[in-house]
Design a binder for this molecule. Structure first.
Ligand code: PLP
Length: 439
């Protein structure tokens, strides 16, 4: 029995699993096994021929990972999901599943640095061109499209700019051509539902909010089951021509008896089989523990994030606050309302009037916040990009990515808001004190 609900709080605890059929265990067991006994030779043959779905080998599927996959698919309103060893693996697979050498993808410029590197360098070396366009105008995606464009790619809430991506506008352009929109929703789980706005595929780094406790690297791809691959044989050749690596399977056809899961089935049985970026059952277990309280935690992240943005906007040392709920531009406000539904996430940026040195002093004075290159932990985190992640960039490139010398990025946790504000207050005092400035 599985519990039916449309509420994320319930799905996060119940979707995809009730109790272990062998033992009755209520917590999802860690199935720490590499392989699975076949019932008989016909059963084994059916599994390999995809006539029935079942466990063969943990590189390709595992019952603990399966619960995580079913749960995230239910939360997103998608058809199926694939767990992978990191968010990076998820982004790479999401593209490689539809694009091969000679093809291209159109992506938003506003990306996590690791994704940028993957797109600008590694995929390029593999012959896949990524064309970067400014998402301020959704029509830029159309302008960059040609016959070889296989996917559009973007992040819902990219930092440091924290401008919300126009999901519906770009998804609709893509659907005119037979091009799926892949959304990295890492920074906005629960609050943004990309499939409801026309996206076809969702990518997550579960390392962030979904895991939520800073213990495990992981990634997920979710298939919306809402994209008609078969309708675009020329646009989507990898889903519509015989795959020599799987007895000539044509994925848009082969998957039909199993549901609208052609994209994710192909990713599992070809890319995961061949490239091997499997999530370990232990990490899947950790990520499931996080997922079970995700809707609750996200509410607190959003509440505390909004309170911090308000506090910072009234502080004398701060020249600018960057927060999805604090944009002054009307179109940005509309996008934030439409796609985040009145909650704006836990990421808050701000600029210190006194620039680079003040940024360093602020970080060094923090006591509650951790100084780490991460986001989405239950704990509050901070980083000063100009002296760390972005220190290698030229001043022009730094500014183009939205990072000024005094820019600080905060990932607001779920501690009591009074303690968060108290730590920020004393660190801002330290950043601006005359004594510190003289040192
Ligand atoms: N996508 C976003 C938005 C991220 O912030 C990150 C990591 O910071 C990734 C993808 C990559 O995820 P992972 O570190 O799990 O490989």
């Amino acid at each position: 029995m599985t519990v039916e609900s449309k509420h994320p709080e319930t799905l996060a605890l119940h979707a995809g699993y009730r109790n272990d059929p062998a033992t009755g265990a209520v917590a999802v067991p860690i199935y720490q096994t590499t392989s699975y006994q076949f019932n008989h030779t016909e059963h084994a043959a059916n599994l390999f021929a995809l006539k029935e779905l079942g466990n063969i080998y943990t590189r390709i599927m595992n019952p603990t990972c399966d619960v995580l996959e079913q749960r995230i698919a239910a939360l997103e309103g998608g058809a199926a999901a694939l767990a992978l060893s990191s968010g990076q693996a998820a982004s790479a697979f999401a593209i490689q599943n539809v694009a091969q050498a000679g093809d291209n993808v159109v992506s938003s410029t506003d990306l996590y640095g690791g994704t940028w590197n993957l797109f600008a360098n590694t995929l390029k070396q593999q012959g896949i061109e990524v064309r970067f366009v400014d998402p301020a105008d959704p029509e830029n995606f159309r302008r960059a499209t040609d016959d070889k464009t296989r996917a559009y790619y973007a992040e819902t809430l990219p930092n440091p700019k924290l401008t919300v991506f126009p999901i519906r506008e770009v998804a609709d352009i893509g659907r005119e051509f037979g091009i799926p929109l892949i959304m990295d929703n890492t920074a906005a789980p629960v609050i943004c539902k990309p499939f409801a706005h026309g996206a076809a595929i969702i990518v997550y780094s579960t390392t962030k909010y979904i895991g939520g406790h800073g213990t495990s690297i992981g990634g997920l791809i979710v298939d919306g089951g809402n994209f008609d691959w078969e309708a675009y044989p020329e646009r989507q050749p990898l889903l519509n021509t015989e795959d020599p690596s799987y007895h000539g399977a044509v994925w848009s056809q082969a998957a039909k008896p199993l549901g609208p899961i052609a994209y994710i089935l192909k990713a599992r049985v070809t890319l995961l089989r061949d490239l091997g970026s499997a999530l370990s059952p232990f990490n899947a277990f950790q990520i499931i523990q996080g997922l079970e309280t995700l809707p609750l935690r996200i509410r607190e992240h959003c509440r505390n994030g909004a309170a911090v943005a308000e506090f910072l906007s009234g502080h004398a040392a701060v020249s600018k606050v960057i927060f999805a709920g604090a944009h002054t531009d009307a179109e940005q406000q509309r996008r934030a309302e439409t796609y985040l539904g009145g909650q704006y996430g836990g990421l808050v940026g701000f600029e210190l009037k006194d620039g680079l040195e003040a940024g360093r002093r602020f970080i060094d004075a923090l006591q509650l916040f951790y100084h780490v290159a991460n986001i989405g932990d239950a704990r509050s985190l901070a980083i000063h990009p100009a002296s760390t992640t972005h220190s290698q960039l030229s001043p022009e490139d730094k500014l183009a990515t939205g990072v000024s010398d005094g820019y600080v990025r905060l990932s607001i946790g779920i501690e009591h808001i009074d303690d968060i504000i108290a730590d920020l207050t004393q660190a801002l005092d330290a950043a601006t004190s005359r004594q510190a400035a003289a040192e």
